[in-house]
Design a protein around this ligand. Structure first.
Ligand SMILES: Nc1nc2c(c(=O)[nH]1)N[C@H]1C(S)=C(S)[C@@H](COP(=O)(O)OP(=O)(O)OC[C@H]3O[C@@H](n4cnc5c(=O)[nH]c(N)nc54)[C@H](O)[C@@H]3O)O[C@H]1N2
Ligand SMILES: Nc1nc2c(c(=O)[nH]1)N[C@H]1C(S)=C(S)[C@@H](COP(=O)(O)OP(=O)(O)OC[C@H]3O[C@@H](n4cnc5c(=O)[nH]c(N)nc54)[C@H](O)[C@@H]3O)O[C@H]1N2
Ligand SMILES: [Mo]
Length: 759
């Protein structure tokens, strides 16, 4: 029996014949994530990469653009050959094109361990070589990461220092949730988690008389009783404006709070009341967009003003076109209620998006592998990868800057799966076809690995020693190796150390340490910097964990409310910016100086819905983390007819002659996939839900436009940014049509390795 940690929780495992045989949550985790069920069999899964491999066409023809990526055979090579080829190609690209031609943005979740964290490893390695074009922000929080620092001075603290669940249970009367409070998502936390308290907190909240109002297309985004409103997806900003309109016109807005703690309310109010455009953003106005009853909105606004209320906005709302607006408008609405900084009142962002919001933060930092310094200045907002690869040398707007896409020749990926996360896969495939070389480190033959020229087999966290924790969890956990490395897999660290030696930067990269020595070193340097005592590394390792102090009882922005001068915000004015002069000054047509309603392209109210009348919600999967361990038991058991399940309302199913268990073709003009139908009343009519994470499985790998037979929604999502401000990912929403798939559905082969030939 061994113990370890994943992003979705800590567990105990039995190991047999070199693989995980069974898992159980650790004692004390009262609400473990079902995704733990994907671990058994994951070490020796058929999709494991068993040794280094090189795409045949790349080996035969050398580096260069190719349309064969994703369709070619692979040639098995030895580790020595791999090191030689890869070192030579890195040298060639850097010498001939410069370090900015190396894209090492390499975003992705990989494993929880702090040392073998693939992103940190690859960044450190590339920095030793002189740097790389990097990426900013995340797919998770692309819009929030840019807008919220400008309007409230931080984005991280909105989660890390969010109002604690205990404070909500005790003080909050009304939780108004835009995007629900999806407990399926609180299973997960970046870096791991040893407890899942959200479900229990909501029980206690209700038991104490608390009320939940959920705006969401899915009833089950809130577990248990709530007042459910199912508006037209993408209209939350209009709804919030309507609520704000009632507050403004019924003298319910807290003018003192707005005057003391905010700037720019008057400018915003002109827009709200329609003084300049003649369009008051009233409940009647919003009702025409969102489809809800204006009386209900008016009544809710009054209740919000009369009770201790938190307005919370899920992260999904900002993963849509104009995604900057929802968190900004949610904050503005909370500011008008005047309860920001009061216990149990104010603003929340991401309750139900991740385990972290509501959990007390650590009183210290965590051990961290230093990534070195990157001298290269070229970067992209992370979700602009296809834009960058397809438009080298072109300029683009980002957060008030005018930037230029570098001419990237080599894409280096470790620990992420762009075929899981990126929008418009046909476009991504054309973009990847443009570069000279694609390198991927992964334990598994994901679609990204299949599109690589050089494939580097990584160990999983189960095959190496590591430790991890997260900033809102009180436990730093040891992650001892549970079994030996499978087949030819190597730790990413060892791969990079060998490459660094071949490239003459071994000492810079390793600092003379083995990975075992690094673990001890990271722990020791971390513990020496703490202002409290922790056990020695050996004591920690044999105990398997160390408990760390946390800051209990937080209320978001309480210190700012208590003293807005001493605790001035990191915004230009030091206050909450309901109007931002800076953003206004950028003159963007798609993001104004104050939060506003913009009509998205992918929504039921627009012209596109005539052709594609169903609004697809591409949300996070309940059965796994992203694409990770899609071949595992929990994920596989969730499939319908072997495909990713698509949920739809009985009325939409009936109109198309569909039943639970049918295989359907889901499509728009960008692409198509197959999926398995689940008819479900909990889904709003005209909405369908297909989670991300089914491994991309093109029926004809040689055709970039090919239908995915497995159910990956990113084949048809739009690769367009949130706005010129943040250019965040907008993958959460897309319009589609659905029809019964009449032919015999092709088999799903995504979890079988590609053809590997030996020379
Ligand atoms: N089990 C599991 N948990 C996860 C993850 C996972 O892969 N699996 N991923 C983690 C990661 S990396 C992240 S960033 C977070 C993401 O957290 P979120 O982005 O919040 O998660 P989603 O599941 O995409 O969306 C939450 C809900 O928002 C609702 N929603 C979508 N569009 C709209 C809309 O226009 N209006 C309203 N009112 N509601 C809408 C959907 O019904 C959806 O179920 O989740 C984390 N948690
Ligand atoms: N349409 C749509 N698209 C979305 C979203 C959405 O809501 N809608 N959500 C977005 C969000 S919030 C996110 S965070 C992204 C997630 O996107 P990603 O983070 O790219 O997805 P993962 O599947 O977690 O990819 C992690 C990869 O790391 C590999 N890995 C695990 N351990 C190791 C290791 O030790 N070494 C190496 N080298 N690799 C390892 C795994 O096998 C896996 O292939 O997706 C985004 N995409
Ligand atoms: Mo995310």
């Amino acid at each position: 029996m061994g113990t370890s940690l994943t992003h979705w929780g800590a567990f105990r495992a039995t190991v047999e014949a070199g693989d995980v045989a069974s898992v159980a949550p650790i004692a004390g985790d009262t609400d473990p994530s079902p995704a733990l069920g994907n671990l058994p069999g994951s070490v020796r899964h058929s999709a494991r990469i068993t040794g280094p491999a090189v795409r045949r066409g790349w080996l035969d023809d050398g580096p260069g653009p190719s349309s064969r990526r994703g369709a070619d055979d692979f040639v098995a090579v030895s580790w020595d050959e791999l090191t030689e080829l890869l070192a030579a190609e890195l040298r060639r690209v850097i010498d001939r094109h410069g370090n900015s031609a190396l894209y090492g943005g390499s975003y992705g979740w990989a494993s929880a361990g702090r040392f073998h964290h693939a992103q940190s490893q690859v960044h450190r390695f590339l920095n030793c070589l002189g740097g790389y074009t990097f990426s900013r922000h995340s797919y998770s929080l692309g819009a929030t990461g840019v807008i919220m620092p400008r309007v409230v001075g931080t984005h991280d603290d909105l989660f890390k220092r969010s109002t604690a669940w205990d404070v909500i249970v005790e003080h909050t009367e009304l939780l108004v949730c835009f995007g629900g409070l999806a407990l399926k998502n609180t299973g997960v936390n970046h870096g791991g988690t040893t407890a899942h308290p959200a479900r229990d907190a909501l029980h206690r909240f209700r038991a104490g008389g608390g009320r939940i109002v959920s705006f969401s297309p899915l009833r089950d985004d809130v577990d248990g009783p709530c007042d459910w409103f199912a508006p037209v997806p993408g209209t939350d900003v209009a709804i919030m404006l309507a609520l704000a309109h009632v507050l403004a016109t019924e003298s319910l807005a807290d003018r003192d709070f707005l005057a003391t703690y905010c700037t720019g309310y008057e400018r915003f109010e002109r827009y709200l009341l329609g003084i300049d455009d003649g369009v008051p953003k009233s409940p009647q106005w919003a009702a025409r967009l969102c489809g809800l009853d204006p009386e209900d909105l008016t009544a809710l606004a009054r209740q919000m003003a009369a009770h201790r209320t938190i307005v919370t906005v899920s992260w999904s709302l900002q993963r849509t076109r104009f995604g900057e607006q929802a968190p900004w408008m949610g904050l503005t609405l909370a500011a008008m209620l005047g309860q920001i900084g009061l216990p149990g009142g104010g603003f929340g962002h991401g309750y139900g998006s991740m385990n972290e919001p509501g959990l007390p933060p650590l009183r210290c930092a965590l051990p961290r592998l230093p990534q070195g310094v990157n001298p290269v200045t070229s970067f992209i907002p992370v979700a602009a990868i296809s834009d960058m690869l397809l438009h080298p040398g072109e300029s683009f707007d980002y957060n008030g800057l005018r930037l230029t896409y570098p001419d990237v020749k080599m894409v280096y990926w470790a620990g992420g799966n762009p075929f899981h996360r990126h929008q418009n896969i046909p476009r991504l495939r054309r973009a990847l076809g443009r570069v000279d070389t694609v390198v991927v480190h992964d334990p598994y033959w994901t679609a990204m690995a299949r599109h690589a020229d050089i494939v580097v087999p990584s160990t999983t966290f189960l095959e190496r020693d590591d430790f991890s924790g997260s900033r809102n969890d009180p436990v730093l956990m040891a992650m001892p190796r549970l079994t030996e490395p499978y087949a030819g897999a190597r730790d990413d660290y060892d791969t990079f150390a060998t490459l660094a030696a071949a490239l003459g930067v071994e000492e810079d990269f390793t600092e003379g340490r083995t990975s075992a020595q690094w673990l001890r070193h990271l722990y020791d340097t971390w513990s020496q910097a703490l202002d409290f005592a922790v056990p020695t590394f050996d004591e920690f390792w044999s105990a398997g964990q160390v408990r760390l102090p946390v800051e209990d009882g937080l209320t978001l922005l309480a210190d700012f409310r208590a003293d807005p001068v001493a605790h001035r915000l990191g915004t230009r004015s030091g206050l909450i910016e309901i109007f931002s002069d800076d953003i206004d000054g950028f003159g963007y047509s798609d993001c104004a100086g104050h939060p506003a309603w913009f009509e998205p392209s992918e929504w039921l109210g627009g012209p596109r819905a005539q052709r594609y009348p169903l609004h697809l919600i591409a949300n996070q999967p309940a059965s796994r983390l992203h694409s990770q361990l899609d071949g595992g038991k929990t994920s596989q058991e969730s499939k319908v007819a072997g495909r990713e399940p698509i949920r739809m309302h009985p009325s939409d199913a009936q109109a198309r002659g569909l039943h639970t268990g049918d295989v359907v073709r889901v499509f728009n003009d960008r692409g198509a996939c197959l999926a398995g139908v689940l008819v479900d009343e909990r889904v709003r009519p005209q909405v369908v839900q297909l989670s991300t994470g089914a491994w991309y499985d093109p029926v004809d790998p040689a055709d970039p436009e090919a239908m995915c037979v497995h159910g990956n929604p990113n084949v048809f999502t739009d690769d367009i940014g949130t706005s010129s401000l943040a250019r965040g990912c907008t993958g959460a929403h897309v319009l589609v049509e659905i029809e019964k798939y009449a032919a015999t559905p092709p088999p799903v082969r995504a979890h079988q390795p590609p053809r590997i030939v030996r020379r």
